[in-house]
Write a protein that binds this ligand. Structure first.
Ligand code: ADP
Length: 339
């Protein structure tokens, strides 16, 4: 649905985006992650036809942002970091205005405005002035304007910035509920945001693409092994944690079993695999064939924070060794392989 190839954007003195390529499949929700100044907003502005690229291409639903910007804009809903709202307008008046701007048929506008108000939980403030709304409500009005013309693609730039924790949770839920119907790119510098809302993550740093993968794959790739939280229980009331532990240690591919907690008739472990081994199916089988109940079997990832620090540290290491070419060693190759 979105295809970015060799995209570069230079400002007068800065290369904000440096030869990045990525794709987003239909219906996916992808996190676009990077520290402030990484080039996220610039990339989004190119995809949404607000800025022309210096080099490379960006296509939305097969349409090129330079050659067919109108076709691209029809298919995109954009929520910039500061939503384009008019404080002196009432919510419904503003959405009606945006609906007409976006080319909805006059007769369809009221119905569609009602629908998006319901979807974004702003029906109760429809007749309020936008300038009098809380930041959380304003953000939802921003989302409502972005989805008004039912675009295939939603580009959301830091959608929860400046919101309080309750508003953050509500906004995340709303965004998650929009995935599936829409392909979503969600830009953020908040790592946990991506973990909560996104299936895939694209990480950029200093204008360069550092990684793109699922959160689980990224974690496993960096770590090379898998950690699993396992909770075992015994319906008959007899559970010996030592025995369970021994049984888990015998599972092929398991390198380590750590007892985390014991309660009446149940115990929790963290089980780690050997490099490159997937152990969840075997662990499940071992528990069930031993006659115990498997209450939980959950992969424990690294936090994205760990991933991000490791990836950007690899970048730094790479840069350093580029300064001293004679010292290029396997470490650098590893970093390159990760990119
Ligand atoms: P992010 O959204 O990840 O915080 P941006 O895309 O806003 O990053 O910025 C990337 C880089 O480009 C930064 O170094 C920023 O200072 C620079 N930049 C962004 N917009 C402009 C502009 N209009 N003119 C010049 N430099 C800019």
């Amino acid at each position: 649905m979105i295809k970015v190839e060799g995209l570069t954007k230079r400002y007068a003195r800065t290369v904000a985006v440096d030869n990045i390529s990525f794709e987003v499949e239909k219906g996916q929700i992808v996190g676009f992650l990077g520290p402030n100044g990484a080039g996220k907003t610039t990339t989004m502005r190119v995809i949404t036809c607000f800025l022309p690229p210096t080099a490379g291409t960006a296509r939305v639903a097969g349409f090129d942002v330079l050659e067919q910007p109108l076709e691209v804009k029809k298919r995109i809903g954009y929520l910039p970091e500061s939503p384009p709202l008019y404080p002196d307008m009432e919510v419904s008046e503003y959405l009606t205005f945006v609906g007409k701007l976006k080319g909805l048929a006059n007769a369809d506008v009221p119905k569609r405005v009602n629908e998006v108000c319901e979807r974004c939980a702003i029906t109760d403030v429809k007749l309020r002035l936008i300038g009098k709304l809380s930041k959380g409500y304003r953000q939802r009005v921003g989302l409502a304007q972005a989805i008004l013309h039912n675009p295939d693609v939603l580009i959301l730039d830091e959608p929860t910035s400046g919101l309080d924790p309750k508003q953050i949770i509500e906004t995340r839920e709303l965004i998650r509920s929009l995935a599936g119907d829409h392909t979503i790119i969600l830009s953020t510098h908040i790592l946990s945001e991506v973990e909560h809302s996104c299936e895939r993550v694209i990480i950029i740093n200093q204008g360069k693409l550092v990684a793109q993968d699922t959160v689980t794959n990224l974690t496993n790739r960096l770590r090379g092994s898998e950690s699993v939280a396992v909770e075992v229980a015994a319906a008959n009331g007899n559970l010996n944690p030592g025995e369970v532990r021994q049984r888990l240690e015998q599972v092929a591919g398991v390198s380590r079993v750590v007892l985390k907690d014991t309660k009446a008739n149940q115990c929790a472990f963290e089980v780690e695999s050997m490099q490159g081994r997937s152990i969840r199916p075997e662990v499940a089988r071992a528990v069930v064939t031993a006659g115990w109940d498997l209450n939980e079997l959950r992969p424990i990832g690294f936090s994205l924070e760990d991933i991000f620090l490791q990836l950007t540290a690899s970048e730094k290491a790479e840069k350093k060794s580029e300064e001293k070419p004679e010292e290029k060693q396997p470490e650098e190759k590893k970093a390159e392989a990760k990119v």
